[in-house]
Write a protein that binds this ligand. Structure first.
Ligand SMILES: Nc1ncnc2c1ncn2[C@@H]1O[C@H](COP(=O)(O)OP(=O)(O)O)[C@@H](O)[C@H]1O
Ligand SMILES: [Mg+2]
Length: 266
């Protein structure tokens, strides 16, 4: 397996008070395969968001290293700009992502920043808006959208950059079941284009039916990376990470996912 990302012994602590640090990632090592649909699971506070914020260089490891396509990340302006073109991050909270006055402006920010012409940027906005089913929202102010609308606008803004890797931090959390299905359709299209998707989620159905690979994070460490069925069959690990307690209805038979789309609705 050639990993698209490799984290080697990454440590990252937040300064919570004077002289007090809270370790969010500790000796965090994982290889992330390219071209897969990857679910990232773990309890609140386990370190999922901190992991994701390292993927596009927003955070820099305090120890250890992050590799993208076998190259160590560089943190100068130019390298970060190039990286963020290839790795699109959708924040856990869309309010952290949206900052322009109108939806169209927000989505065009990335493409314009890439140096595209106005016409090319407009075309990117249109394509991304159609994909995310938000063409009717383009002239609306970003602050006056519902949570689900904001989530789709944030996604469109990232897709307008045409990234190779999409890193989405709990993107389903604020979505109703219909928009959720739309989200899966969009993700499927991106996956079919050969791209890599990482999604943090608490949704067992996503792990079982959507993901082709799962990473489990527990107390700042990656404690599992592998096939979903392998994880679901690993009772000791499910017990150790507390997943067994919340996934009490895991059906170890791992049924045929032919009807997976319907089952993705909680
Ligand atoms: N800005 C922050 N300041 C201080 N501590 C933080 C901050 N963000 C996260 N943490 C802490 O770091 C740990 C990991 O958080 P996070 O990566 O957000 O986990 P997850 O996304 O899995 O819920 C948690 O214990 C959390 O409280
Ligand atoms: Mg989080």
């Amino acid at each position: 397996m050639t990993p698209i990302f490799e984290f080697k012994n990454v440590c990252y602590s937040y300064a919570i008070q004077k002289n007090a640090n809270h370790p969010a990632l500790q000796d965090f090592s994982v290889r992330v395969p390219g071209g897969e649909k990857i679910a990232v699971v773990g309890r609140n506070g386990s370190g999922k968001s901190t992991f994701f914020l390292h993927c596009n260089g927003l955070y820099k490891p305090q120890a250890g290293q992050v590799f993208f396509k076998n190259e160590p990340l560089a943190y100068d302006r130019q390298s970060l700009k190039k990286l963020r073109q290839q790795v699109g991050l959708i924040f856990q909270n869309p309010d952290d992502q949206l900052f322009s006055a109108s939806v169209a402006q927000d989505i065009s920010f990335g493409p314009l920043n890439l140096g595209l012409s106005d016409a090319d940027a407009r075309a990117r906005v249109q394509t991304a808006a159609e994909l995310c089913d938000i063409t009717h929202l383009l002239e609306r102010p970003t602050h006056a959208l519902s949570g689900g609308e904001k989530a789709r606008v944030a996604l469109a803004g990232v897709l307008a950059m045409e990234p190779e890797v999409l890193v989405a931090d709990e993107p389903l959390a604020s979505l109703d079941p219909w928009v959720r299905l739309t989200m899966f359709d969009i993700l499927q299209k991106i996956y079919d284009q050969g791209k890599t998707i990482l999604m943090a989620t608490h949704n067992l159905s996503v792990v079982r039916y959507w993901a082709s690979h799962v990473i489990v994070i527990d107390a700042g460490r990656a404690v599992f990376a592998g096939a979903p069925r392998e994880l679901l069959a690993n009772k000791p690990l499910l017990d150790q990470t507390g997943l067994a307690r919340v996934w009490w209805n895991i059906d170890m038979d791992y049924p045929d996912p032919a009807n997976s789309q319907a089952k993705l609705i909680d």
